[in-house]
Write a protein that binds this ligand. Structure first.
Ligand code: TYC
Length: 121
């Protein structure tokens, strides 16, 4: 059985109203504004604490947020100094999964590291 590829979303149709058709030689097209909003995005944030080792936080940021070692170290130090820091921005489901994965890894290793997500804008 042949499967069909999903169609990409098409732009809103322009409208031709009878009043816009002048003597058959010109047509006014009315542009419709896009009705679909982009989805709400969420930032995943790590919070500082006094007990989780710096090395563990760096590895978590590398593994779960796909950062290189240098970027992960910079983010960890920002959290250590400022109290919190953004590790990534995702759709709601992906952000919630990151929070669960990080929290599970922290508890499994006996660390109190806190990870939360918050809507942006
Ligand atoms: N403050 C911790 C320490 O000095 C390190 C740390 C950094 C902990 C970032 C949590 O999200 C965190 N060992």
């Amino acid at each position: 059985m042949a499967t069909q590829a999903p169609k990409p979303p098409s732009p809103p149709p322009a409208v031709v109203r009878p009043a816009d058709v002048n003597g058959g030689d010109s047509v006014v097209l009315e542009r419709r504004t896009q009705k679909t909003k982009p989805p709400q995005m969420y930032q995943v944030v790590l919070l500082n604490d006094d007990y989780t080792p710096m090395e563990f936080v760096v590895v978590v940021i590398q593994e779960f947020f796909n950062k290189d070692r240098e970027t992960a170290t910079q983010i960890m130090l920002k959290i250590h100094l400022d109290g919190k820091g953004i590790c990534g921005v995702y759709s709601k489901d992906v952000a919630a999964t990151k929070v669960d994965q990080v929290t599970e890894a922290a508890r499994r290793n006996g660390h109190p590291l806190q990870c939360v997500c918050e809507p942006i804008e």
